[in-house]
Design a protein around this ligand. Structure first.
Ligand code: NDP
Length: 235
């Protein structure tokens, strides 16, 4: 990679929407670091993309483990000295059909650990790499399920709360950061992945569009907003 080439990092980049994001960001000229908790799967995914002449490398990162995130941030800083785009994509959906009050508390804990605390620690460790260059774009892959209006309906409680917290984090960090650093949340829609299932209407490629757009917005672009299909949506 050249010295002035921008660097993007995608968590959970080994499959689903994350894998497509790695591909699309590389096609847009980024050097993309594909982060994956499974080194074998992650390396293989990065290699497959590199074999198609895409500028992709791999770093190990389990977002449930702050030590692993810290180590990844050290590795990235040593190798590249910068991160211009950070996509918090890694996520889980482990709710069953029970209501929040009837399900095992471990389901909420596990979901919060990945979908909320994972993104929180990733931002905490990677924001300094953006702050030192006064530039950065952070995109949190959220869900419409995290909108406050969704709390009026029962079900999917752990997932909803985790994305509600992620949305709150987006807004709060946006209010705290300075310089040309922007953070936004996006609902990718219902997407045909392992999580979304085979009946979902959107392809990962279609889902990646608005995420890549937010990763590349200019200095006058939005900060601390929630998007769906390229348009602002209510929290
Ligand atoms: P998939 O289940 O297809 O992929 C999830 C990705 O997250 C995998 O790469 C997985 O890694 C990774 N991941 C899970 N836990 C961890 C962890 N602890 N550390 C590192 N990586 C982890 O999901 P999608 O691609 O569909 O979803 C991507 C994002 O989009 C999620 O945040 C999801 O909530 C959101 N979203 C998806 C929708 C959909 O319809 N698909 C709808 C709305 C939002 P591994 O392979 O190791 O398990």
């Amino acid at each position: 990679m050249s010295m002035d080439q921008k660097v993007a990092l995608v968590t959970g980049g080994n499959r689903g929407i994350g894998y497509e994001l790695v591909k699309q960001l590389a096609l847009n000229g980024f050097h993309v670091i594909l982060a994956s908790r499974d080194p074998e799967m992650g390396r293989r995914a990065a290699q497959t993309l590199a074999e198609s002449n895409l500028d992709v490398s791999f770093v190990g990162m389990d977002v449930d483990d702050p030590k692993s995130i810290r180590q990844a941030s050290i590795t990235v800083n040593e190798r590249f000295g910068r991160v211009d785009v950070l996509i918090n994509n890694a996520g889980v959906y482990v709710d069953g059909n029970e209501t929040l009050m009837n399900q095992e508390p471990s389901i909420l804990e596990k979901t919060m650990a990945t979908n909320f605390f994972g993104a929180y620690h990733v931002i905490r460790y990677f924001l300094p790499l953006m702050e030192k260059q006064g530039y950065g774009r952070i995109v949190n892959v959220s869900s419409e399920y995290g909108a406050m209006r969704e709390m009026s309906y029962p079900g999917v409680g752990a997932y909803k709360l985790s994305k509600l917290a992620l949305n709150g984090l987006t807004r709060l960090v946006a209010a705290e950061i300075a310089g040309d650093i922007k953070i936004n949340a996006v609902d990718p829609g219902w997407v045909r992945t392992d999580m979304g299932g085979p009946s979902a209407p959107k392809t990962p490629r279609q889902a990646a569009e608005s995420i890549v757009w937010l990763a590349m917005i200019g200095p006058d672009g939005p900060n601390g907003e929630f998007f769906k299909d390229g348009k602002r949506t209510d929290w």
